[in-house]
Write a protein that binds this ligand. Structure first.
Ligand code: SF4
Length: 375
């Protein structure tokens, strides 16, 4: 058990102090590229021999960002802008911003004018994924990124290194999916805060290293007796569910997280890049086209409700907590559709607002307590 706790502390420390991870990789002579949420082609950065590092905001006082963003921009982007302007991201060789929503589109321009010392690489993903042209278009976007990355490293990425990077990421996906399963047999150890730390820390490690650490954790968990959890079980959906003070409220109410559909967690690892289908860039484009159930990607038929229902069924969850990022339009648009599907399937759904700048969780505490009573 001591070993498990030590391993967990490593994940938690990376989430608590990502700057330490950045400084560590820089001290190793590595270059690091910041990756904005929700999706960036990290594989290309990895193939270029650099470390992709997630930029998911955090708790910080908003001062400088107010000159760039309106107050109704989501808290993640407010925090990212603030941290960038006050120098917290110094050391990054570049950053990639996917222009996937209105706020992110604004961020590409804000970054260009406000954070001149860190080159910004934009990517626009195709939303009409039924068109065959979407693949060619996305390949051209990836080629543009490769050229920009080559300007950082001085070398063009090879096909071989891209294929190797894809393997590293697919392997990481598989190990994280295994972790999700294993965690549910050990809900006494893998509390909501710890589950979150294991997932989120993936953004701050070399993926190969993270894969090995999670693999070791799984082996240690498998050596422990399975635990019969008696509280309530939920599946989380949304962009992210943090900070720890919020997840602590789940724990206080004996609520376990047994699955998720969070952009920061499961959506990152549930769609592998196909092993076949063409060259590395084409395979990555096919991976984008295979993504499903995400509010930020256009899809006919809105399958997110069915996906959540299936997650509840397979994990034995009692209901769903919708972690609605404050001021996130794409997530708000999706909510009525999946709520209706969940209602029809008999799974209660509670929506709570996620705002990393929030310091008081009393309202959420009351709402979760009430939700537990109807589960
Ligand atoms: S998708 Fe939502 S959370 Fe993400 S950047 Fe856009 S508004 Fe913010």
């Amino acid at each position: 058990m001591a070993d498990v706790l030590q391993m967990i502390a490593r994940f938690q420390e990376a989430c608590r102090a990502p700057k330490k991870q950045l400084d560590y990789y820089l001290s190793q002579g590595k270059k690091v590229v910041g990756c904005f949420p929700p999706y960036t082609p990290e594989e290309l950065v990895y193939a270029a021999g650099m470390i992709p590092m997630g930029l998911w905001g955090g708790q910080t006082e908003l001062m400088l960002s107010k000159s760039y963003l309106p107050p109704f921009a989501c808290p993640i982007m407010q925090a990212n802008m603030e941290l960038a302007l006050n120098g917290a991201y110094r050391g990054l060789s570049a950053c990639i911003i996917p222009a996937i929503c209105d706020t992110l589109r604004t961020m590409t321009q804000n970054w260009r004018f406000g954070v001149k010392e860190i080159p910004m690489i934009p990517i626009v993903y195709p939303q009409n994924r039924k068109s065959a042209a979407s693949v060619d278009y996305l390949i051209s976007e990836y080629e543009h990124i490769l050229v920009m990355l080559a300007a950082v490293t001085g070398n063009m990425v090879t096909e071989k290194s891209m294929c190797e990077a894809i393997d590293v990421y697919n392997e990481h996906n598989a190990v994280m999916r295994e972790f999700s399963q294993t965690a549910n047999a050990h809900l006494d150890v893998i509390t909501p805060r710890i589950r979150h730390a294991v997932f989120k820390s993936a953004f701050f490690f070399d993926k190969k290293e993270h894969t090995e650490l999670v693999r070791e954790l799984i082996a240690e968990l498998n050596a422990l007796p399975a635990f019969h959890f008696q509280g309530k079980k939920v599946v989380l959906t949304g962009i992210s569910c943090e900070p720890d003070e919020l997840l602590e409220v789940f724990e206080e109410n004996s609520i376990a997280v047994v699955g998720d559909d969070l952009a920061q967690e499961n959506r990152q690892i549930r769609t592998d890049t196909p092993a076949k289908g063409g060259g590395a860039l084409k395979r990555l484009a096919l991976q984008w086209n295979a993504r499903t159930g995400c509010g930020m990607i256009h899809e006919d038929g809105k399958p997110r409700g069915a996906l959540l229902t299936e997650k509840c069924r397979e994990s034995g969850a009692d209901g769903v907590v919708n972690c609605l990022m404050k001021f996130c339009d794409p997530e708000e648009y999706d909510q009525p559709f999946f709520e209706k599907d969940l209602r029809e399937a008999g799974y209660p759904c509670l929506t709570i607002e996620i705002d990393s700048q929030n310091r008081s969780y009393e309202q959420i505490r009351t709402r979760l307590e009430t939700f537990c009573e109807i589960l």
